[in-house]
Design a protein. Structure first.
Lengths: 437, 74
């Protein structure tokens, strides 16, 4: 599901269907760039490469604006450095469409992003010939460190108060425009507060790694809709206009970007080139980071991890191991390797044992935890392996235990009754809730 | 006289071509590319994704959280 090549393709089909009668703006509500494993404000070479391709291709595919979410700040710190800025903008014009009303650089080494952009569209329906100026403004929360504290300064920028910034910027934007779209990277209660306190806003697009396709909400004058995580579903807010040019209504819908949407070939070429360059950088990084020392790391990881790996399980559960070895779970990492995604954290977590929980780290340091093994579903097994007759171990609650990874955006065809027979194992039916034909 | 008329016709023709190619300013720079679109809109799957065209005047397409990836996993 998802991906730039399908998004671009859908928007082209959308325009063709309306004979170019319906102008469409394309916005991103935040978290465009990766800050994974940033050390302080420093990003690795491979992440710099990955992010560079995003800013390049969002420009090439005619996105109108992108809100700066807090994960974007480390890379934004590179893009908005005053030194070499004009040359960077010449190469990647989309830099000037990265917006935020509530972040400011902490020193004079970097420029502040624009708080908003204004796009003018000419209507062919409702009030044909009328021009509508659409203001697009962005806000983000600060990075949450724990349940209480936030990291106000990140990537060379200070994240200011959202609601103060809104009171400062929105009246000015209202003077210049006919319709305001606010992009909000923050929890839903804060998004609702933004709408409640600011009657200038017509539409809010909220985001924060949400996996929901809920109906839009209405607060004050604003219609609020939320973007789906990773844009696996594309949001489409339709705006209806009366003959006098005023907005009559807004209707939200989500478009599943699945295999029914063909890839745009130009965008696909760019995605492939980005992927290849990213993979090359990752391989370089992995070799320099782990070269010559992985024996020690592997030993440390093996003794410190709460996971033991399938080979240990097989010592007592040989029959189950034999069944597992013939399933797709046993080759889950190969699926990623075939697409050169074996280093992508967003992908890895569903293809290994215990990622970010003391299990899999990388193919070089922890190869024993690659693939979906026993402990991916049954949980960390070191304690059980040390004392098999001790605490009960291994019950899997279904379907919740499966749908953490086999969720609709990853696996729209998932059906437990169909999938379970493919991996059925154990001397008795271990999952009471499964109804297998 | 005939030469002048020919020059005038030529000038009008060139001016017309220039107007067609450059005379209409566009606020959306993607329009030129979009004029070459070629989807089979009768495909029922694509029709389902596009939904019904019920007269809306404009649209805001949106996404978020791509987190550095132009593609998704697997």
């Amino acid at each position: 599901m998802g991906g730039l090549a399908r998004r671009v393709s859908y928007i082209k089909a959308f325009k063709q269907r309306s004979n170019l009668e319906v102008p469409a703006l394309f916005v991103d509500a935040g978290n465009l760039f990766s800050d994974d494993r940033a050390i302080g404000d420093q990003l690795s070479a491979e992440l710099m490469t990955k992010n560079k391709w995003v800013v390049k291709e969002y420009g090439n595919s005619h996105h109108d604006a992108a809100n700066i979410g807090y994960p974007d700040l480390p890379y934004l710190g590179e893009l908005l450095k005053k030194d070499g800025y004009d040359k960077r903008v010449e190469e990647y014009p989309f830099i000037e469409r990265l917006i935020s009303a509530n972040i400011q650089p902490v020193d004079d080494q970097r420029r502040a992003p624009a708080p908003y952009v204004i796009r003018e569209i000419t209507l062919k329906r409702g009030a044909p010939g009328q021009k509508i100026r659409v203001g697009i403004v962005g806000f983000t929360e600060a990075k949450q460190i724990n349940n209480v504290d936030k990291q106000i300064v990140y990537g060379g920028f200070r994240v200011g108060d959202i609601f103060e910034a809104a009171k400062r910027v929105l009246p000015e934007l209202k003077q210049k425009t006919d319709f305001i779209v606010a992009l909000a990277y923050m929890p839903q209660d804060q998004t609702q507060r933004l709408a409640s306190e600011n009657p200038e806003i017509d539409t809010i697009i909220g985001a924060r790694a949400l996996n929901s396709l809920d109906e839009p909400q209405h607060f004050n004058r604003a219609t609020i809709a939320y973007a789906y995580n990773q844009t696996k579903y594309l949001g489409e807010m339709r705006v209806y206009v009366r003959n006098d040019g005023t907005v009559e209504n807004q209707v939200n819908r989500y478009v599943a970007l699945d295999a029914q949407i063909p890839d745009d070939l130009t965008a696909l070429e760019a995605v492939t080139a980005a992927h290849n360059e990213f993979t090359t950088e990752q391989n370089k990084s992995a070799n320099s980071q782990f070269g010559g020392s992985h024996g020690t790391n592997a030993l440390e990881n093996a003794t410190l991890s709460p996971f033991v790996g399938g080979a240990t399980c097989a010592g007592c559960h040989a029959a189950e191991d034999e069944i597992w070895s013939k399933t797709r779970h046993a080759h889950a990492m190969a699926t990623l390797e075939n697409k050169n995604q074996q280093f992508d954290n967003e992908c890895i977590r569903c293809h290994v044992v215990g990622f970010e929980k003391g299990g899999f780290q990388s193919l070089i340091t922890t190869p024993q935890f690659a693939n979906v093994q026993c402990e991916s579903c049954h949980g960390a097994g070191r304690e059980h392996a040390g004392n098999p007759g001790g605490k009960p171990y291994g019950q899997v609650v279904t379907p919740a235990g499966c749908t953490q990874c086999h969720a609709p955006p990853n696996d729209p065809d998932f059906d437990l009754a169909v999938y379970w027979p493919k991996i059925r194992h154990g001397s008795k039916e271990p999952i009471a809730s499964v109804k297998v034909p | 006289m005939r030469r002048k008329i020919s020059l005038l016709i030529m000038a009008v023709f060139v001016a017309g071509l220039a107007t067609i190619n450059h005379g209409c300013s566009r606020s959306q720079d993607s329009d030129a590319e979009d004029s070459r679109l070629d989807f089979d809109l009768s495909d029922p799957k694509l029709k389902e994704r596009l939904g019904e065209d019920d007269g809306y005047a404009f649209a805001v397409m949106y996404g978020a959280d791509v987190h550095g990836s132009l593609e998704t996993c697997g």
